[in-house]
Design a protein around this ligand. Structure first.
Ligand code: ZN
Length: 270
């Protein structure tokens, strides 16, 4: 029996970026077009809150409210936070449901890029376990230790030193009946995708950043936001099989059409 009653979606604002990050060749020069038009894409930043029999579980926490003050300039030039207000704070959204950070049983990180771990620090004092893949934490810390500030930001990870980390080092980690984390790699070296089966019998895959745009799934290709294409494609093929076999729904967390497809708090999926 699944333990998941409701799935709420967090609205963490919007980012912008060049289309080439998402799809290869989008706006790139070709033999027959030496002056292509570049494409600017705007994507929502979202996360998930599950209401379960073992408590509330958060999947990804969006961007830090003070990103423009604390992050290095390069990452915000490439991926500017173009919309973020007090309404996008995770405390505010939890509060709208009558919840506070200490009411959360687990926080799950798809990965540790700045637009997924930005507000995880609010769970540190309450000692909420923060679930992350071992490879992901290792590679994020290694990059920062080498002085390579990019999508991983010291401002986020320094804040989480001494937090209640729960490190996962398995191809599949089952947190509870109906809640599974699959190692997907591809986008980052320790990226994980969340699958949720609800009490109603629906199965959802929340893809984190394995996919940004639905066209990546359709065309089985991804732009510059890729660390390992072979690993990435293998998991995309697997997702497509699960989608058919389990009649599952693939929810693309940065889908530009996200808020036309899925409900806002206090409405939920079941
Ligand atoms: Zn992202």
């Amino acid at each position: 029996m699944s333990i998941v009653k409701k799935i709420y979606m967090f609205d963490f604002g919007w980012l912008g970026g060049d289309g080439g990050w998402f799809l290869p060749g989008w706006g790139a020069m070709t033999y027959s077009d030496k002056a292509p038009q570049r494409v600017w894409v705007e994507i929502p930043v979202t996360g998930v809150l599950m209401d379960t029999d073992i408590g509330y579980i958060v999947f990804d926490t969006g961007v830090a409210p003070n990103a423009w003050q604390t992050h290095t300039r390069g990452v915000l030039e490439a991926f500017p936070v173009i919309k973020f207000s007090d309404e996008n704070r995770i405390e505010k959204q939890l509060n709208n449901l009558g919840l506070k950070p200490s009411d959360i049983a687990f926080v799950i990180q798809s990965h540790l890029h700045f637009d997924h771990v930005g507000q995880t620090n609010i769970f540190k004092d309450a000692k909420v376990p923060i679930i992350v893949n071992k490879k992901e934490l290792q590679s994020a810390l290694m990059m920062l230790w080498m002085g390579k500030e990019g999508a991983y930001q010291s401002a986020n990870l320094n804040d989480l030193k001494g937090a209640n980390w729960l490190i996962v080092d398995l191809p599949m980690f089952e947190l509870a009946e109906g809640i599974r984390l699959y190692f997907s790699g591809g986008h980052t070296s320790g990226h994980m995708v969340l699958s949720v089966k609800t009490k109603k019998g629906n199965t959802y895959f929340f893809t984190g950043d394995h996919l940004h745009l639905p066209r990546e799934l359709e065309t089985e290709s991804k732009g510059w936001l890729l660390s390992d294409y072979d690993e990435w494609l293998t998991f995309v093929k697997q997702l497509k099989i699960w989608e058919k076999a389990n009649n599952a729904k693939i929810i693309i967390c940065h889908d530009p059409d996200f808020w036309n497809k899925y409900p806002r708090i206090p409405t939920y999926l079941e």
